[in-house]
Design a protein around this ligand. Structure first.
Ligand code: PMP
Length: 356
């Protein structure tokens, strides 16, 4: 006999590496530019004496800044410690059926981990060969649905009409739409929160607002859904957001011009890199994110796509360039390459030319 019989055992999510030192880091979809100068100013002006006190459990200032930016009410917004935290809260709050929740077989690899840790039954639904989603697959009995749009790691964006068909067909299930990458040119389903009560939309400041290190994520939904989320949050940890994150989050939200500038730069880099990768023989879907999920035929005798992708991944790492490689069925022939600065991408492309 041992206590181990009663341990909640899980196979944890594997985050991308965070290497020390001078590397070209294209492996975790961070922004290559710093956060808004307003964030720096706000943090420098922070009175550290305020750290004696607990932060506002309602996160009122940040919730109001987000609501104002999107033309919504405070009651439509829930915030948390990055979108991982808010997604985890959404799973805990909305997915309590005996029926399995549904999500694509190729998607953000944290979904099955949350399902496992919270003991939520789940079923993965295969994407089509080209990694697009068939809404018909979600018109079957289920205990909830989660869809990343644009999807990760594929970068592919589904039209809001496709997502709406799924929401409409599932009035008895909550549909979580994870829009972590929507700010890089995607069309959002956000207006649909007014039309469907079974929809919540998840966003993050980690990518398009260059604040992965601050950990700020948020959810939009109808007031009742947001209230359910807050009830669960207050039952786990009422003070999720620390004072500096609240201050930085407000400042980031208030600098729209800077947000437009950096997301515009990332989009321009992505479109240029697509052309360059194509001319090197890579193939990929039309990414609407800050990364490209690219495959290539093997270039050595007998080399498979998967062997090629793994060889390039390891060779780049030796040269201090980090991209992401998933050794998993269907996607082991691809590299997920986050967009860096133009200079960083030039270095990557020059080295790729040598390696292929
Ligand atoms: N959703 C998707 C689809 C992601 O790729 C990520 C990034 N790993 C997240 C959510 C979580 O991001 P964060 O917790 O930094 O907001």
């Amino acid at each position: 006999m041992s206590y181990e019989a009663n341990v909640r055992k899980v196979i944890p999510y594997t985050p991308g590496e965070q290497p020390e030192g001078k590397v070209i880091k294209l492996n975790t979809n961070e922004c290559p530019y710093p956060p808004s100068p307003k964030v720096e100013k706000a943090l420098k002006a922070m009175d550290t004496d305020t750290l004696r006190k607990y932060p506002d459990p309602l996160c009122g200032g940040l919730v109001s800044a987000i609501a104002l930016y999107y033309g919504l009410e405070k009651e439509n917004v829930f915030v948390g410690v990055g979108s991982d935290d808010v997604l985890s809260m959404c799973f805990l709050t909305f997915f309590n059926a005996a029926k399995p929740i549904l999500f694509p077989d190729i998607t953000y690899s944290f979904y099955d981990v949350w399902a496992e840790v919270y003991r939520i039954p789940f079923r993965t639904v295969p994407l089509r060969e080209d990694f697009t989603l068939d809404p018909e697959d979600y018109m079957t009995e289920n205990g909830g649905i989660v869809i990343a749009n644009p999807n990760a790691p594929t970068g592919i964006l589904e039209s809001p009409y496709v997502i709406e068909d799924i929401i409409k067909a599932n009035p008895d299930s909550m549909v979580i739409v994870d829009e972590a990458y929507i700010d890089f040119g995607g069309a959002t389903v956000l207006p649909l929160i007014k039309k469907y009560e079974n929809l919540v939309v998840v966003r993050t400041m980690s990518k398009s607002r260059a604040m992965a290190g601050m950990r700020v994520g948020y959810v939009f939904g109808n007031p009742k859904a947001i209230k359910y989320l807050n009830d669960v949050k207050y039952s786990v940890n009422s003070y999720t957001m620390n004072t500096p994150s609240l201050i930085a989050g407000i400042a980031a939200m208030e600098d729209d011009a800077y947000f437009e500038e950096i997301t515009g730069k990332v989009i321009a880099t992505r479109e240029w890199v697509k052309k360059e990768l194509k001319s090197l023989g890579f193939f990929f879907g039309d990414s609407k994110t800050n990364f490209i999920f690219a495959g290539h035929e093997g270039t050595r005798p007998g080399e498979s796509r998967a062997a090629f992708a793994e060889r390039i991944f390891l060779s780049l790492k030796e040269r201090n360039i980090y991209v992401r490689y998933f050794k998993k069925p269907r996607i082991d022939g691809y590299l997920r390459i986050s967009m860096g600065t133009d200079e960083e991408m030039r270095v990557l492309l020059d080295i790729l030319k040598e390696l292929i």
